[in-house]
Design a protein around this ligand. Structure first.
Ligand code: HEC
Ligand code: HEC
Ligand code: HEC
Ligand code: HEC
Length: 188
């Protein structure tokens, strides 16, 4: 009798826990796409984040995978698919690969490569002006940010590392200078 009770308690708790994780999944943020961030992050006053990103290699990172050279790198790595379809390449060259399609909103386009939400987190819950203006609220809604240059460097190196088949030494200060997109002091 006692054993049966324990077993049913265990089964019941598993059932409950799985309900919980379903609920949590429902709250997961969706990727909205760079087009949604763009209107508020392109003026001189805001710091032209859109323009800086568009001119950076990050915006080309998916396109790079569509070259013959990329395909031969993928093949050498043992992938049976073209580079632009290989999860082991997409993981560093874009956002959204392998993500449940329900979490990708219409304007989101994987072809935009390493984009705003790759580095700042999926934006559905923080993209509204009232949330964005308040850093605390934005962070609670899923905006990711790093507190100092040391943390930023560590973050860059989650992709700029030796797992990259074409790895080149990552000199943080130089590279950060190329893509930095601060909000001008006056706008704050
Ligand atoms: C409706 C306008 C609007 C949209 C859409 C928007 N933002 Fe913002 N965002 C703002 C404003 C305003 C601030 C505050 C800027 C400041 O510091 O003056 C901000 C701040 C930020 C910050 C800096 C937070 C901090 O203080 O460190 C990041 C990062 C950011 N936005 C990323 C994004 C991303 C990524 C998207 C798209 C998913 C996005 N934003 C969409 C208006 C917007
Ligand atoms: C999600 C993975 C990822 C993260 C995170 C990432 N990068 Fe990159 N980065 C790439 C990829 C992929 C390329 C190559 C794009 C191409 O050439 O098509 C690249 C290219 C670059 C380039 C262009 C090469 C050059 O030196 O001119 C710079 C600069 C750069 N990254 C800086 C940074 C910095 C600074 C950070 C951290 C703030 C960072 N990256 C974070 C994936 C990433
Ligand atoms: C760990 C993250 C990571 C993975 C995994 C990754 N890349 Fe990259 N890739 C990068 C970064 C970062 C750069 C930018 C190189 C730099 O400037 O340091 C890059 C640059 C490139 C370039 C342009 C540079 C060149 O020399 O032509 C090609 C092509 C490329 N990657 C192909 C691939 C292919 C194909 C795969 C899958 C087999 C792949 N990458 C997997 C991070 C990654
Ligand atoms: C390769 C990663 C990467 C990409 C792509 C990227 N950012 Fe950032 N962004 C950062 C980092 C790192 C910082 C420094 C603070 C932090 O960690 O959040 C930053 C800071 C910011 C800030 C705050 C600047 C300040 O002065 O406080 C804004 C606003 C912002 N990004 C918006 C955007 C928007 C909009 C896009 C797309 C058009 C974008 N970012 C693309 C990595 C990235």
């Amino acid at each position: 009798m006692k054993i049966n009770r324990i077993i049913s308690t265990v089964i019941f708790s598993f059932f409950f826990l799985s309900l919980f994780s379903v609920a949590e999944e429902k709250q997961e943020n969706k990727f909205v796409g760079t087009k949604v961030c763009a209107p508020c992050h392109k003026s001189d006053k805001q710091g032209k984040q859109l323009d800086i990103w568009q001119k950076s290699k990050h915006a080309e990172a998916y396109k790079t995978l569509t070259s013959a050279r990329a395909d031969s790198i993928a093949k050498a790595k043992g992938s049976k698919k073209p580079a632009a379809e290989s999860p082991e390449c997409l993981q560093c060259h874009t956002s959204g690969a392998g993500v449940d399609a329900k979490l990708l909103e219409k304007a989101f386009d994987m072809k935009e490569g390493v984009q705003c939400e790759t580095c700042h987190g999926a934006g559905s819950a923080y993209k509204s002006l009232s949330v964005m203006k308040d850093k605390g609220k934005a962070t609670a809604a899923g905006l990711t940010s790093r507190k100092d240059e040391k943390e930023i460097e560590a973050f860059c190196k989650t992709c700029h590392n030796e797992k990259s088949p074409t790895y080149k030494e990552f000199k943080f200060a130089e590279r950060w200078e190329k893509i930095k997109h601060s909000v001008p002091k006056a706008a704050k």
